[in-house]
Design a protein around this ligand. Structure first.
Ligand SMILES: Cc1ncc(COP(=O)(O)O)c(C=O)c1O
Length: 397
């Protein structure tokens, strides 16, 4: 059977490979502690679950939903943006619920990218920006995110011939995988750049609620004029521990929102309605869980960063996101180091190379790991260091 070239050219999705390796180890009866996937271990708040159960019993919610979401949900999203960021949105034209942000991120390329077009994509970055671009027939121009630039792209350094063919700019803060954050000033600069070069901006902001030490991430849409040139993807996955519920949203520029609505109305039939009501509950109900979860992540972040630094892996405490981005020890590539950790001590981390060429030299550790496993995993990591320090010493003698 002959598959389309677009499938044959597709690299395996990063976590599919990692999950397979973990399963192989576990099948052999070996213990594995994983810091790999950013999937909150803490359950969804109870009031949201209860709303889902109630709504699931309603026959009206058993039928096809509208593909652009319940008007009440769009209104709740607009209310939440107003309350959280002071951004006002028209719920009918500037808000589109999604089956998780990932779905919208992959599909929006179909709205802007024709064959031969370019999308400007962060490197390292969430893989779906470039994969969506490729599935739409386009190419990615990778903008390096470097520590010396605080992991922000250098927009002024993109060659003019690339800019001419660029049809979409992707940015993501708080950032996966580096944990970096962006200021309102950076967003203002981005809006100016987008206007000057006529390139629509997609800001992906699912980690805006996961922040530490009192820091509050900003939205692209808080920058003056942002709605003229861009949109923001958001999600309930990380804010309310609802990764498995599959619900997110696109907000901002009405033309861009409408374009994705057109694509989606031809491809899917919306989000199950009971889930949409549960999302309303999440957005409008008590928000206390966000702070409670952030306190837990912050404690874990400190433990992870301290342990990594104590064993010689340079790591800085992120102000936001679910990730610690750490340097691999000298003499290893990120893949070699991740493999060595898995094989020698049963700890899974994500090799930075999986997020792009400029992720090389780093590993990513997720904070979504239950406390007991986290402590165990960190002690195994220290064990790796002792073992290899000892090995190096014996090599020297
Ligand atoms: C940067 C980024 N964007 C989008 C997503 C997808 O979120 P969702 O669960 O809403 O599809 C993730 C998930 O890990 C992510 O890290």
């Amino acid at each position: 059977m002959k598959l389309a070239r677009r499938i044959e050219n597709l690299p395996p999705y990063l976590f599919v490979e990692i999950t397979k390796k973990i399963a192989e180890k576990r099948a052999k009866g070996e213990e594995v502690v994983t810091f790999a996937i950013g999937d909150p271990d803490i359950p969804t708040p109870q009031h949201i679950i209860e709303r889902l159960c109630r709504e699931a019993r309603e026959p009206a919610n058993h039928r096809y939903p509208e593909s652009d979401g319940l008007p009440e949900l769009r209104q709740s999203i607009a209310n939440w943006y107003q309350k959280r960021f002071g951004v006002s949105l028209n719920p009918d034209t500037e808000v589109l619920p999604l089956i998780g942000a990932k779905e919208g991120i992959a599909h929006i390329a179909l709205c802007f990218i024709d064959s031969g077009d370019i999308a400007l994509v962060p490197d390292p970055g969430y893989p779906v920006y470039s994969i969506g671009t490729m599935l739409a027939g386009g190419e990615s121009y990778y903008m390096p995110l470097l520590r010396e630039n605080d992991f922000l792209p250098d927009l002024d350094n993109i060659p003019a011939d690339v800019l001419k063919k660029s049809k979409l700019l992707w940015i993501n803060y708080p950032n996966n995988p580096t944990g970096a954050v962006a200021s309102l000033d950076f967003f203002r600069k981005t809006v100016e750049f987008a206007r000057k070069h006529d390139i629509p901006v997609c800001h992906d902001g699912p980690y805006s609620e996961v922040a530490f030490d009192g820091y509050k991430p900003v939205s692209l849409l808080q920058a003056e004029g942002a709605k003229e040139v861009g949109v923001e993807f958001h999600s309930l996955s990380k804010s309310f521990n609802m990764t498995g519920w599959r619900i997110g949203m696109l907000v901002g520029n009405a033309t861009m929102v409408n374009a994705l609505k057109v694509i989606k109305s031809n491809m899917d039939s919306g989000i199950p309605q009971a889930i949409q009501y549960a999302a309303i509950e999440a957005l409008e109900g008590p928000q206390d869980a966000i702070k409670e979860h952030n306190d837990i992540y912050q404690r874990r972040r400190d433990l992870v960063v301290d342990t990594l630094n104590s064993i010689g892996l340079e790591a800085h405490p992120p102000k936001a996101s679910l990730y610690v981005w750490a340097k691999v020890p000298e003499g290893y590539t990120s893949k070699e180091f991740a493999t060595s950790l898995l094989e020698q001590v049963g700890v899974v981390v994500t090799p930075g190379l999986g997020y792009g060429e400029h992720g090389e030299g780093y590993i990513r550790l997720s904070l979504t790991i239950a406390d007991a496993s986290l402590v165990k995993g960190l002690s195994l990591l220290s064990g790796w260091r002792d073992r290899n320090r000892f090995k190096n010493q014996t090599n020297l003698t």
